[in-house]
Design a protein around this ligand. Structure first.
Ligand SMILES: [Zn+2]
Length: 759
């Protein structure tokens, strides 16, 4: 066999840059006596955690004779608000959440969490010159918004003696307050300067760069359905905030506190719930930045559950999906050794089964975590053929071909072009079970208890790059792997995804011939790569991308988003992935610095209710030669995947009681598809309010035409009289979700609460 260079062409600029700025030893192209077909994984550069700039420069203002830097205010009004009218029967309130923000970027910090749940919302941007308020109620018994969120008081610096003032006028605030009282609607105010009319006073502003002051939820009694844990401190770095004390406990009840910090020797108040003459609001004395902050993504669940009273059209589910690509392939290791390869062993995989049990025993009730594996059958044939080289039990031998030339990342192949690289003699799948069984790794997988401990999906037969591949090659890549998966029994595993595919190195997604070959073989839902905008849905980050002829050369394949991590495909040990992180992704620090970053980034994704799977590779499951890693005081030998899952799940468990559930490829694909379908139906709830009793008595589910091709989730804080035969879901300590099927017609679907919900 001819020697082949294994280095990805696409990696060359990266390596050259790395060589130019460091003295680190970089692996050079190596020659082997066998053709490796899996050396073209794209090295992604996941978003790194960044501290967001303050949305507005800080101003100075006097508080108790001290000057406090701030960039927002507290909006106040002296207008009297009338008490709730008691005689309006059958008041109806739409559940839509109204968001008032200075701009769309800051509005995202209020909307992204609602979008995660699928709760309907409406954003109104308020410029410095002000707005006309949207119509809050169309009659004295018909409210248009179920909650109101105001970000940074929509305040601007008007200069001079005015300083920071809200762009909502005092008369408009009075109108909002009146609406709240009349309809029992709660308001949330994010990033507010503490002031006396909120029953508090500021004791300072914090923190300068590099200064930490933790924030924790201190009381969840007003939002018990949130599932948040009390007393779990999280970082405020990069989030400007105003520690406060209570002045008037009759109107202000703290629910969150800041810990001690430089200049703040004692705990202080971070947020209060106000009840001011029947007007209820939750106020945070800290800015929100859900686009980069895991803290903001955590805290948002407090206000979402408080403002909605845990009653909403939407639901919350944490799906932790870890996909491990390249099973049966050998990976060329990036660092430190030259000519080093790695392939997983049965001992590594055995240990991960025991470990998955351990993880599940430590997760909240209702959890079910498992690893999903992406298989390449040709690796099995290669190994068996090598082991039994003289007997030739794998006639005519594994599929081999010369090195492929990389294309540009988003290369769009003209249909019908390209050259077959598979041997012309390879027509139908030729191997028998004597061949496939000639490999210890395959023997291990063929044990049902091993196979069924993991989930499984195809990653193509040889891992040929598909950007410039022909229909004939891709057709064989898919159909041969299917034949192999069926032959070895993986296609009969309890968690098998026949309609799914992890494209090799996420290639082929703009190759209409490849997509057509997938679809021809029943593959309709694949994963993409969230570091590549062309593979993401631009309308809604919770929707999959559906391919089109114009963008992808073939229409109708679903691309679900998938996160990259800093655990690289060509690394079996921390020393390797840390080096690659430094060389390719501006990483800085050691294994623990990398794990800290992974924890912050990926708990942010999970707390933001993203269900996108996470990308790993077979080398990341190296346990046999793994290092000791210390996590939360416990030192253990852990594979890199294990260390990653431990830091992410232990943080989730520290913060919440939420069950953590893995879904196999075909199942999470359906979840993405259903989410898009139901959003397009514009689902909503209407609350029926009893003004005299000050309760919500029932809710009615609506949608465009009261029909929808996907079930609509209705999550309720307490039992209803009749779930009407709809599918219900309640896992662990989660609230009940009723999955409503709307089929049109005049009869509306409503649920009545056994115990009406207090306003
Ligand atoms: Zn791969």
């Amino acid at each position: 066999m001819k020697p082949v260079f294994l280095l990805c062409v696409s990696l060359l600029p990266v390596l050259i840059n790395a060589l130019a700025r460091s003295r680190v030893l970089i692996p050079l192209p190596i020659a082997t006596d066998r053709i490796e077909v899996h050396s073209h994984e794209h090295v992604p550069r996941p978003n790194i955690l960044r501290a967001g700039p303050n949305p507005m420069p800080l101003n100075s203002g006097p508080v108790d004779g001290r000057s406090i830097p701030h960039n927002t205010t507290s909006a106040t009004t002296t207008a009297a608000v009338k008490a709730r009218e008691l005689l309006v029967a059958s008041t109806k309130v739409q559940s839509t959440v109204l968001i008032l923000a200075r701009d769309t970027l800051s509005a995202y910090s209020a909307s992204s969490g609602l979008n995660g749940y699928g709760i309907p919302f409406e954003v109104v941007v308020v410029p410095q010159t002000g707005i006309t308020l949207p119509v809050l109620n169309s009659s004295s018994s018909a409210g248009n918004y179920g909650a109101i969120v105001v970000v940074s008081e929509v305040s601007y610096n008007y200069g001079g003696t005015l300083g920071f003032q809200s762009a909502i006028t005092a008369a408009q605030w009075a109108q909002i307050y009146q609406y709240q009282v009349s309809f029992g609607v709660r308001a949330v105010r994010l990033d507010v300067f503490p002031s006396t009319d909120l029953g508090v006073t500021a004791i300072g502003g914090c923190c300068n760069d590099g200064v930490e002051q933790l924030i924790q939820i201190s009381d969840t009694s007003a939002f018990p359905t949130s599932g948040l844990k009390v007393g779990a401190g999280v970082s405020t770095q990069g989030l400007w905030h105003y520690p406060a004390t209570i002045l008037n406990a009759t109107i202000a009840t703290p629910f969150a506190t800041f810990g001690p910090s430089a200049g703040f020797p004692a705990s202080s108040v971070a947020g209060v719930i106000n009840n001011i003459n029947d007007r209820q609001q939750m106020v945070f004395f800290i800015g929100f930045a859900t686009e980069w902050s895991s803290t903001s993504n955590y805290l948002q669940h407090a206000w979402i559950h408080w403002a909605t009273r845990g009653l909403y059209a939407g639901y919350r589910r944490i799906n932790l999906n870890t996909q491990v690509d390249d099973m049966f392939l050998e990976s060329d290791i990036y660092y430190p050794a030259i000519n080093r390869t790695f392939i997983i062993t049965p001992t590594d995989l055995d240990q991960h089964i025991a470990w998955m049990d351990s993880v599940n025993s430590r997760l909240p009730a209702g959890s079910n975590y498992f690893i999903e594996v992406g298989h390449n059958g040709n690796g099995n044939i290669e190994t068996a053929d090598d082991i039994n080289a003289n007997e030739r039990i794998c006639r005519p031998g594994p599929i081999e071909y010369g090195d492929q030339i990389d294309t540009a990342l988003e290369f769009q192949k003209p249909l019908g072009t390209g050259t077959d690289i598979w041997p012309t003699t390879a027509t139908t799948y030729p191997y028998n079970v004597t061949c496939t069984a000639g490999d210890l790794l395959m023997n291990w997988w063929s044990q049902p208890s091993n196979m069924n401990a993991y989930a499984h999906v195809s990653h193509t037969f040889t891992h040929e790059d598909e950007n410039n591949a022909t229909f004939a090659d891709v057709n064989r890549e898919i159909s041969w792997n299917q034949a192999w998966l069926t032959q070895v029994g993986i296609a009969s595993a309890t968690k098998w995804s026949p309609k799914g595919l992890i494209p090799p190195a996420i290639t082929g997604l703009h190759n209409g011939d490849a997509l057509r070959a997938w679809q021809t073989n029943g593959i309709v839902q694949v994963v993409g790569d969230n570091t590549r905008p062309a593979l993401m849905n631009t309308q809604n980050e919770f929707w999959p991308l559906i391919t089109t002829v114009a963008d992808n050369g073939f229409a109708g394949i679903q691309i679900s988003p998938r996160w990259a991590t800093n655990i690289y495909y060509n690394c079996d040990l921390p020393i390797c992935t840390v080096q690659e992180w430094i060389n390719t992704s501006a990483g800085n620090g050691d294994w623990y610095a990398l794990l800290d970053l992974e924890q912050a980034t990926n708990t942010r994704h999970l707390l933001g209710l993203h269900r996108d799977p996470f990308m790993f590779h077979q080398a990341n499951l190296n346990y046999v030669t793994a290092d000791l890693t210390t996590i939360n005081g416990v030192t253990a030998k852990l594979s890199m995947l294990q260390a990653w899952v431990e830091v992410v799940t232990q943080e989730m468990v520290r913060l919440t009681n939420w069950p953590i559930i893995s879904l196999k490829h075909d199942d999470f694909s359906v979840e993405f598809s259903n989410r898009m379908t139901r959003d397009q139906c514009v689902p909503s709830l209407v609350y029926s309010v009893d003004p005299a009793a000050k309760t919500i008595t029932d809710v009615t589910v609506t949608a465009n035409g009261n029909t929808c091709g996907a079930e609509i989730p209705v999550t309720v804080p307490g039992p209803v009289t009749d779930t009407q035969g709809f599918r219900t879901e309640q896992v662990g300590s989660d609230p009940l979700t009723i999955w409503v099927t709307l089929t049109g017609g005049a009869v509306l679907t409503s649920f009545t609460f056994i115990a009406p919900i207090p306003l």
